[in-house]
Design a protein around this ligand. Structure first.
Ligand SMILES: *[C@@H]1O[C@H](CO)[C@@H](O)[C@H](O)[C@H]1NC(C)=O
Ligand SMILES: *[C@@H]1O[C@H](CO)[C@@H](O)[C@H](O)[C@H]1NC(C)=O
Ligand SMILES: *[C@@H]1O[C@H](CO)[C@@H](O)[C@H](O)[C@H]1NC(C)=O
Ligand SMILES: *[C@@H]1O[C@H](CO)[C@@H](O)[C@H](O)[C@H]1NC(C)=O
Ligand SMILES: *[C@@H]1O[C@H](CO)[C@@H](O)[C@H](O)[C@H]1NC(C)=O
Ligand SMILES: *[C@@H]1O[C@H](CO)[C@@H](O)[C@H](O)[C@H]1NC(C)=O
Ligand SMILES: *[C@@H]1O[C@H](CO)[C@@H](O)[C@H](O)[C@H]1NC(C)=O
Length: 662
């Protein structure tokens, strides 16, 4: 592998050397200070009870320990001393035990390791030394001695510079997994890994690697995964690590990737995202590549290496995933898809593609997802019998105005269509005019987003013969929906979004949509709510920001048994004409997430009243107190009437007697 670092390599090395001298000087100054603070804060060794013991595993994380507990049981297999205060790693700090299989020393302050400490630890497989101060130890230029059995070594975040890893790796014959993430390595020398020839995975994420010497990785016959992401690599001109399967070069400054080896090439995953690639990577003619990510680069063409040489066809017989999103591609000729027979995912979103077409039915037979979102796409053509496996098509944020009206009926497997932010029109069942797209008779279609399309009209039966579960028609202000526009969706539609459509009255019958559970009618001009029947299954209803004054109580009552969430804020509701409804909300378990904004208007109050505070009395409707008064009044009236009638009778009797007397 030949790697060319950027300019300024010399300069960087000089700076590093200089920095090293500085650090040493600072350390010499600091060391006495450090010793003082050690003496001051020395505590007696902690005892075991603070740790958790599970069989032969001991967990002592985050206990401010300077060493392992003195009474560590014999035969501990796993010791977790992470996030403590260990500074000097020695037999003493490990309680003179050596039978460990797994030692976790992450997040301590280790700046010294007793040489030869791990020599006799013949069971030690996993050693985590991440987030310590091993750069200080490396300055002493002492080798830690053999890592006899260690298979996994984590040296990440230790401030290690170029060459410092040598003191840890010189004699580690069993090492399989190595992490050097988050250090300050600028160069990988040809002999860096010569003492660790069993390595399979090397992580060098987040260093400042500019240069990799010839032969550095070639000695590693078993190397299958190499993570060089987030470094400063600018160019890879002769990539020949034939056993490598995963190569991550994401977040470098790579402009060119070339590999023209004729040896068997095993690479399956190549991540070149967030680089400065100008051309498509050049891969060997026969390769195993399955996954290529060249998103967020500077590709303007799908050509390799700018036509520097005429090349024969590269076969991508294993390629399943290709991400070329966030580039500057202007077009992708159909021929690009030749020899990519099993491609499943194609992401070319966020490019400059104005026209895309697949007419050859032999191409892209296996493709399931195509993402063409955020392009200036004006023309889209798919021939008969193309894309038989296509399930999801993303076309968000393009300039699509006219499409062949039967274009989507061509795809027998299509489930998701993301067409938001275009300028499409929906055809009626009879295809009356030319410039429209038909959405009926797409049997597997479940998800359709048509928001922000300047839709004016939604004709009758627009979606019959589909399996639509979700339909988003939001942000089409002025949309006129035919009263039968949703017919055919009675038993499938679950989500319906109609927000920001400036609808003043909904003439489409929603009560026949028996499966409908979630409906968003927010930010319209509704003065009435739709009519629902008792068997509706609406669970969430959004009526925020409309013109609702009086809600039809019978309609709301029909939702009482199914409704779980209701948005009502920003409506000019009347407090007293919705009293029954407001009391229904107050006593039911319906959640009103925007309750703070949900107010009603009462003529006797200058400010809107929160609906939770509305009472019968406010609306002068007899409450229980009034009831007593009324009873008292009635009783009084009855008493008065009785008294009067008694008087009257007596008077008449007297009169009678009087007359008898007469
Ligand atoms: C570390 O500990 C060992 C053994 O306890 C001791 O001999 C050595 O001097 C210590 N080193 C430092 C740098 O503290
Ligand atoms: C490559 O590394 C980046 C981190 O920098 C990570 O997000 C990405 O998932 C890695 N790619 C692969 C294929 O592992
Ligand atoms: C491209 O699309 C694929 C598949 O849908 C997705 O997994 C990937 O995250 C997308 N890439 C970017 C950069 O968004
Ligand atoms: C398609 O691309 C857009 C824009 O890059 C992205 O937001 C969306 O998540 C992608 N779709 C998938 C399924 O990855
Ligand atoms: C439809 O697309 C719009 C973007 O214009 C997005 O905000 C909305 O969430 C999408 N709808 C659904 C249900 O995902
Ligand atoms: C529904 O689709 C079937 C089969 O594709 C077709 O025979 C039928 O005429 C379609 N019905 C309507 C109303 O379009
Ligand atoms: C919304 O509808 C009203 C009439 O109901 C109309 O006056 C207004 O212009 C419309 N606004 C938009 C943005 O379409």
């Amino acid at each position: 592998m030949l790697l060319v670092g950027g300019l300024g390599l010399r300069l960087r090395e000089q700076m590093c050397a200089w920095l090293e001298i500085c650090t040493m000087a600072v350390l010499q100054l600091l060391l006495p200070l450090m010793v003082c603070s050690v003496a001051a804060s020395e505590r007696p060794p902690q005892h075991l009870p603070a740790c958790q013991v599970v069989q032969m595993d001991v967990f002592c994380s985050n206990l401010s320990l300077r060493s392992a507990p003195v009474d560590l049981p014999q035969g501990v297999r796993l010791l977790d001393l992470s996030r403590n205060q260990v500074q000097n790693l020695s037999q003493e700090t490990l309680a003179y035990q050596s039978g460990f299989q797994h030692l976790n020393l992450h997040g301590n302050k280790i700046h010294f390791i007793q040489p030869g400490l791990f020599k006799d630890m013949t069971d030690l497989r996993v050693l985590d030394l991440s987030r310590n101060h091993l750069n200080v130890f490396a300055h002493s230029k002492i080798n830690i001695g053999p890592l006899t059995a260690v298979e996994s070594l984590d040296l990440s975040n230790n401030g290690l510079y170029t060459g410092m890893s040598d003191y840890f790796l010189a004699d580690s014959p069993s090492l399989v997994d190595l992490s050097l993430n988050g250090n300050s390595i600028t160069k990988i020398a040809h002999n860096t890994f010569s003492g660790s020839s069993s390595l399979r995975r090397i992580r060098l994420h987040n260093n400042v690697i500019l240069e990799i010497e010839d032969g550095a990785f070639e000695v590693l016959d078993n190397l299958t995964e190499l993570d060089l992401s987030k470094n400063s690599i600018t160019c890879i001109t002769n990539f020949n690590l034939c056993n490598l399967k995963v190569l991550n070069l994401s977040k470098n400054s790579v402009e060119l990737f070339r590999s023209a080896t004729t040896m068997v090439f095993s690479l399956t995953h190549l991540d070149l995202s967030e680089n400065k690639m100008l051309y498509f990577p050049l891969l060997p003619r026969f390769n195993m590549i399955e996954h290529i990510d060249v998103s967020r680069n500077h590709l303007q063409t799908i050509n390799v290496t700018g036509g520097l040489e005429k090349r024969t066809q590269v076969y991508f017989n294993h390629l399943k995933y290709l991400d070329m999103s966030y580039n500057q591609l202007k077009s992708i000729p159909e021929s690009f898809f030749h020899c990519k027979d099993i491609l499943e995912v194609l992401n070319v979103s966020n490019n400059c593609i104005s026209s895309f077409s697949i007419t050859n039915p032999g191409l892209l037979q296996m493709v399931k997802i195509i993402n063409l979102s955020f392009n200036p796409l004006q023309s889209l053509t798919f021939g008969e019998n193309t894309l038989p496996s296509l399930e999801k098509l993303f076309l968000q944020g393009n300039d699509l105005t006219t499409l062949e009206h039967g274009i989507f009926q061509r795809f027998p497997s299509i489930k998701h269509l993301h067409l938001q932010q275009n300028n499409l029109e929906v055809c009626s069942l009879k295809h009356e005019h030319q410039d429209c797209v038909s959405f009926s008779s797409i049997p597997n279609l479940q998800f359709l987003n048509l928001s922000e399309n300047n839709l004016m009209i939604l004709p009758a039966n627009a979606f019959t013969n589909t399996s639509l579960k979700l339909l988003d028609l939001s942000l089409n202000p002025g949309l006129e929906m035919d009263k039968d526009s949703l017919s055919g969706l009675e038993h499938t539609l679950i989500h319906l979004l109609l927000k920001e459509n400036n609808i003043s009255s909904l003439n489409t019958d929603l009560s026949s949509l028996k499966s409908l559970k979630h409906i968003d009618l927010s930010t319209n001009q509704l003065t009435n709510i739709p009519v629902w029947s008792k068997d509706s299954s609406i669970e969430s209803l959004n009526l925020q920001n409309n013109n609702l004054v009086t809600l039809k109580y019978s309609s709301m009552l029909a939702l009482e048994h199914s409704l779980k969430t209701l948005y009502m804020g920003s409506n000019p509701l009347s407090c007293c004409s919705n009293l029954d409804f407001l009391q229904m909300v107050q006593r039911s378990a319906v959640v009103v997430p925007d309750i703070e904004m949900t107010t009603c208007i009462h003529k006797e109050y200058s400010e809107p009243v929160n609906i939770e505070k509305v009472t019968n009395e406010m609306c002068h409707i007899s409450g229980s107190q009034n009831y007593v008064i009324v009873l008292v009044v009635i009783a009084l009236v009855v008493m008065i009437v009785t008294a009067l009638s008694v008087r009257f009778c007596q008077a008449r009797k007297r009169k009678h007697i009087r007359s008898f007397n007469a």
